[in-house]
Design a protein around this ligand. Structure first.
Ligand SMILES: *Cc1c(COP(=O)(O)O)cnc(C)c1O
Length: 230
């Protein structure tokens, strides 16, 4: 099942890249494995998956412990400051930095543990009350503040688009995030690059790719429906 799902996702990624005149290599597929047991991740690994996304620190650490070091882990969920110290040096990218206080904690712990952390700033483009992330207006200032901190590097932006029936409804959200990243890039802020745009999930990753996503986060489309929703 995972194998077939992966093949289908891969096909759709390629088609979306083609429509947008982009190269397949510009888009990284993050396989979102949250709530799935290690045995399912191993199944995915057997199909060639090596990049996983998790949204809970404890669950991610348990999986990192049990699986080979060669895997790449992405923290995509809301991160509490008191959990930051546990993931330093263990993740390729933290997608969900939504406050200066969280960035300060990451910077402090990274310095303390002698590592460097790459992060994305999470933007609540649609300004949904239920979602974490800062507004578009707040973004530039926050990026400028984070840029001054040691051992933390802003690599781009992330958003979780609204849950909609028709993915076309989210096209504007993705366009807005892309535009914001271009605006920030033009500011040439030291210690900031805008190479990563993490946007698009099972429901809407094709539209996200058409609008410039460089990382898509796909869970259900690969593992099937989760037993509970997070
Ligand atoms: C769960 C989750 C995903 C994957 O969602 P699917 O709809 O299952 O593809 C992507 N991003 C974040 C932040 C998530 O929490």
């Amino acid at each position: 099942m995972i194998k077939e799902n992966l093949a289908e996702v891969e096909e759709k990624i390629c088609a979306a890249c083609k429509r947008a005149g982009r190269d397949r290599s510009e888009v990284t597929l993050i396989t979102v494995s949250k709530t799935n047991p290690v045995v399912r991740l191993k199944e995915a690994m057997d199909c060639g998956v090596s990049v996983f996304g998790e949204n809970k620190v404890q669950e991610m650490l348990e999986k990192i412990e049990e699986l080979p070091d060669s895997l790449e882990w992405h923290m995509i969920g809301h991160l509490q400051r008191n959990k930051v110290k546990y993931i330093m040096g263990k993740v390729a990218l933290i997608h969900s930095v939504d406050s200066l206080r969280l960035a300060q904690e990451i910077s402090k712990e990274a310095v303390k543990q002698g590592t460097e952390e790459n992060i994305l700033v999470e933007i609540n483009v649609a300004e949904e009350e239920s979602k974490f992330g800062i507004t578009t207006e707040e973004a530039i200032q926050l990026v400028e503040e984070i840029a001054k901190l040691p051992a933390i590097h802003v690599k781009g932006l992330m958003t979780i688009a609204p849950f909609v029936d028709d993915p076309e409804e989210n096209r504007q959200v993705f366009q807005s995030l892309k535009k914001l990243s271009v605006d920030i890039k033009q500011k040439n802020i030291d210690n900031v690059t805008m190479d990563v745009l993490s946007m698009g999930m099972t429901n809407d990753y094709e539209v996200a790719i058409e609008e410039g996503a460089t990382m898509i986060r796909v869970g259900t489309g690969i593992f099937g429906r989760r037993s509970y929703n997070l």
